[in-house]
Design a protein around this ligand. Structure first.
Ligand SMILES: Cc1ncc(COP(=O)(O)O)c(C=O)c1O
Length: 417
């Protein structure tokens, strides 16, 4: 029997050896080609989120470490100590863990911290959301989702094969209408939105969920640690804990680790590890990672001063930007400048970076193509003088970046906030 091999094309040199690139079929070639072409039109020949590299002394407003806890000595000490003293780091799926594991102890601490009966530690916020949706929804479950909810929940809907009905961002009436039309199901939202930094109308949405017998899932990735009593989140601060079925969160934001969490009932926490594919078919966290998270939780609980500074810093930047005409919808530490198009955002990125200020570009697929934006994330460790410098820069570049003709600016001016 003869076999046909794909043609081998271009030669290249690696480690002093000549090797050959394997060509790819046209369906993949087209996708790679489109990516190459999209990058070619960028001023620096790189993907839009990648601008200049910050240097020592740059003002970096990109990190999700809102409480400035990375490298906290108690956290690094806890990780090192676990690495040095643990008998062995177990490298396996959590389905094989027994009662009393480090994972279970941390979960108990997180449940107590947030006021939930139970918690499930996941490998990331992404896997928490995908796993949760796969474990609670199927093709017969209507899922109601705010348009701006994080991509991981949208992907969770796909992996569950559920039918979704998207409601306009923060539009309670639209949500209620959809629920009346399609019946009880699951309502998905973020408490604090990761692109614009605005906060969901949580009381009203949870009320709808309860009145129509829906399951509620609130992603608190950007409010866990930063909001509520001792950082226990927005749902806790509004007294809604007993009325929400699930809170999910990334622990790669204020917790500055690499993990995710689901807060839920005890019954659910016993069901999930043996049901969600992301829990069964992906290895659990390592003990030294859990030791770091446990130490971080203590720092967060004791972090009222850090939270106060964070919220003061965020208000200072938000108010300053609003005063000079930027359309800011943020109510939090996430502050978006919204040029709209990719090319306008590229101009803004370069204008800021030339002056040593670094934010994060959010473009497709994180935003619709015509809603590209620059996100500035504030943290508690930044000094007012640095924020004043950022404001001075933003004031100086308004004409250069054509701020007055951004769609967001025009909208704000026709409908002043
Ligand atoms: C709202 C929200 N949910 C979930 C995630 C995913 O978290 P992780 O980075 O831990 O996978 C993120 C991170 O971007 C997020 O912003």
């Amino acid at each position: 029997m003869s076999s046909t091999f794909p043609p081998i094309t271009l030669p290249y040199v690696q480690n002093g050896k000549i090797r050959f690139l394997l060509s790819v079929p046209d369906f993949l070639e087209r996708r790679l080609h489109d990516f190459d072409e999209a990058i070619k039109i960028r001023r620096n020949g790189k993907p839009l989120p990648v601008g200049k590299k910050p240097v020592h002394g740059s003002i970096i407003l990109q990190s999700n470490d809102y409480l400035n806890v990375t490298m906290h000595p108690d956290i690094t000490a806890a990780q090192i100590s676990k690495l040095e003293t643990a008998d062995k780091e177990l490298v396996m799926s959590a389905v094989f863990l027994h009662e009393g594991s480090d994972k279970e102890l941390f979960e108990t601490e997180m449940a107590k911290f947030t006021g939930f009966e139970s918690a499930i530690l996941c490998q990331s916020g992404w896997s928490a959301n995908i796993g949760l949706m796969q474990a609670i929804a199927n093709e017969n479950t209507p899922v109601y989702i705010d348009f701006l909810t994080h991509m991981s929940l949208w992907e969770g809907i796909k992996s569950a094969g559920a039918v979704f009905y998207a409601f306009m961002h923060n539009d309670v009436r639209h949500l209620e209408k959809l629920v009346q039309q399609h019946g009880k199901g699951i309502i998905l939202l973020d408490s604090l939105y990761s692109t614009l930094g605005d906060i969901a109308p949580l009381v009203e949405i949870i009320d709808i969920a309860n009145r129509y017998d829906c399951v509620s899932v609130v992603d608190e990735s950007h409010s866990l640690g930063t909001h509520g009593p001792h950082g226990s989140g927005l749902i806790a601060s509004l007294g809604l804990t007993d009325r929400v079925h699930f809170i999910t969160g990334s622990l790669a934001k204020a917790f500055a680790g690499r993990a995710g969490i689901i807060l839920c009932s005890k019954r659910f926490s016993q069901y999930f590890p043996f049901t969600a594919y992301s829990a069964i078919f992906s290895s659990t966290l390592l003990p030294h990672e859990i030791a770091g998270l446990s130490a971080t939780l203590k720092v967060i609980k004791e972090g009222d001063d850090r939270r106060k500074k964070l919220h003061e810093n965020a208000a200072f930047l938000r108010n300053g930007l609003k005063k000079m005409g930027y359309a800011i919808v943020s109510q939090s530490q996430i502050i978006a400048l919204e040029p709209g198009t990719e090319s306008q955002t590229e101009v803004l990125r370069d204008a800021l970076e030339e002056r040593n200020v670094f934010g994060s570009v959010f473009c497709a697929p994180a935003t619709p193509k015509n809603r590209t934006l620059m996100r500035l994330s504030v943290h508690s460790g930044i000094e007012k003088s640095d924020l004043q410098y950022v404001l001075d820069v933003c004031e100086a570049i308004r004409d250069e970046v054509d701020m007055w003709s951004w769609k967001s600016t025009k909208k704000r001016n026709s409908n002043p906030i």
